[in-house]
Design a protein around this ligand. Sequence first.
Ligand code: CRA
Length: 830
Amino acid sequence: QKSVAAVPSPADEGREEFRRGSAVDALTRAILDHLYFTQARPLTLATRNDWYMALAYAVRDRMLDDWLKSLSHLRNRELKIVSYLSAEFLMGPHLGNNLVNLGIMEPAREALAALGQDLDELLRQEEEPGLGNGGLGRLAACYLDSLATLRVPAIGYGIRYEFGIFDQEIRDGWQAEKTDKWLRLGNPWEICRPEITYEVKVGGHTERFTDEKGCVRVRWVPNKVVKGVAYDTPVAGYRSGVTDLLRLWKSEAVESFDFQAFNVGDYYRAVEAKIFSETISKVLYPNDEPEIGKALRLGQQYFFVSCSLQDMVRIHLLRENSLDTFAASFAVQLNDTHPSIAVAELMRLLVDEHQFEWDAAWQITRATLAYTNHTLLPEALEKWPLPLFASILPRHLEIIYEINRRFLDEVRLVHQGDDQLAARLSIIDENGERYVRMAHLASVGSHAINGVAALHTELLKQTVLKDFYEIHPELFRNVTNGVTPRRWMVLSNPGLTRLITERIGDGWVTNPDELRGLEPFVADQTFQSAWQKVKRENKSVLAGVIKARTGIVVDPASLFDVLVKRIHEYKRQHLKVLHIITLYNRIKHDPQADVTPRTFIFGGKAAPGYFMAKLIIKLVNSMGEVVNSDPDVADRLKVVFFPDFNVTNGQMVYPAADLSEQISTAGKEASGTGNMKFSLNGALTIGTLDGANVEIREEVGAENFFLFGLTAAEVSDLKSGGYDPRKWYGEKTELREAIDQIAGGLFSHGDRGLFQPLVEHLLNRDDYLLLADYQAYIDCQDRVSAAFRDRKRWTEMSILNVARMGKFSSDRAIREYCSDIWQASPLPQD
Ligand code: CRA
């Protein structure tokens, strides 16, 4: 005891100032210290990565006090912990964001300069953890930032994929995928917790037995057991004093298990089991794409959900001695259906492992879980073939049958005789081959169901979850998505941040409604030119990067017209292509034509198995080659496909955009969040009434938004009336010309076969109504071109867009989740 007391506390002021202080000299000492003691490098041999690592460790040290404090809060039974279950967390590079949130960007820059290092270069050294596909994963990351900033105790639970989203290269105009080896040079942000591990069973069968109290219980006898190991990454709030936790699970082999096999001489079975175990967290799968139904993916989902729930049970039992109050300790959010097996797993833990009665367990489960739906696309709704499901999760299938039986009994009681209704609501799809419908499982097991934008929530209630809405309208709510202004403004657009802060102070960073304070300056000459200058500088930087990565020279004075997001037919990148070809033809018909100079910037990855999306990338590049090299165009149009669009690249692209393209077929894009990032950085939007575009337009004002196209209702009317794309093709000359050129090989060196699948699809099916929306889009783009020529008016609109974007902060969204769904509150200020 005595000797313990004699050890000075690490919290002693001054003693370890260099470990925690944010003054320049403290940071300098800390960086040198890590270079030597952590990286084991003398100054003379230090590589850029060594410097990056040393800096990262120095920054991480500065998060530890808050982090440890937050971890100890987890034991405080008064506080509800938000547990965000997500198969994806697209965090983006950590270093810059942590410097911003800790408020030490400038001291770090100075400290490095004194050491002869350039902070910007070290920022570029970080390989981003691409543990997500796009919007859904990035949303989870923005929400963690807001939770920590708002001081809400939270844990993000997910998978530590060894290979995240592939790196995209463009070869001969085609996408080529490269394995993302993000862990290659080490990850200074994570801390492995080898003592926080859980076993996860897979496969096998179940057995009934009578326990010592005479109750019939079920035992699950798996044929494999996998171990999950926790890897923790701190998530610092913006100057909030709170650091939340991202806990990702890595799968490993359970030693006892393979030894067993080894002992009976089955060495190869043991090695196979080990390989299977390590495969679980190997690679991230595409989402929002046609469901692939791979066993491994179901394995991944169950793996991380089981580890996470076991972890929550452990934490809860540190606070209380019974699981009765579990729902008061944790609010668990299911980020889409990927973690929806949580419904059955929490039931299994309570009933099989903790001997709860069914009804009590069910009450706790529903009180704990809530479900966010992120897509209406039928092909992206998860459902698992029954035999596959049974072979991996036999016990869960039994539990799901029981949940379903009880649920459908209730339905039948209220809606007597309506067998159709029961069949439609059933968790098991029995039309033909049988499936487990994960959206139904999530809906039945949750106390709240939400969509991610007002329109999306309405459509959810009218279509995919119509029957659920009719029987339980009180479960439904809307929480429109948001993005964090810290990463998407302060970090990525320092020029604009400075300009705004000079005028209205920096309160807007955590209270973006204060951006309204910019409105009085819209017409102010000096402010306008400063505003234009910032945009111009951002465009020049991007132009430099474009030149370096693609060889294409673009003019920062031209209109930067940007379409970056995953490549998908519903997002209609090919509608943009038709627009560019139309402008090209206008120039070809009249080389003197008065065309507003534009740089078209595309970016985004295609799912590796999505042929049409890959063909669209090829089309953009092939068309770009023709347009970019045509002397008649005389540089008035430039087409760029910016390779490997990810968070890092997004941070350069959004601040440099003049025009944001949000042109999905109405009713298809659940929300979109790129649309928010653009607007927040002063781009104007051209868009359909889809997803959050509707609300963005409401906020910024119809006169500051370029709207075109069919509404969701018109889309479904048109489709039900038997849509014939050939009618539009026949009527619109410019459209016909563009399509004929693609088909005729103008962009494929005469090869008429290359783009045939695209053309054929457009002319014969056109599921996403490009042809029907074409003319409205072209006309609207003509208005954009005219507007851009009036620089003053354009700048006013740009300022107004930023001033009115407050609603789309993820802080607002998180406040809504806290009050309407989680009943969670912030930690008191210390
Ligand atoms: N692809 C939607 O399509 C939405 C994000 C986040 C998506 C986007 O419109 O902004 O979610 N859906 O809510 C999805 O992943 C599984 O469904 C997306 O990222």
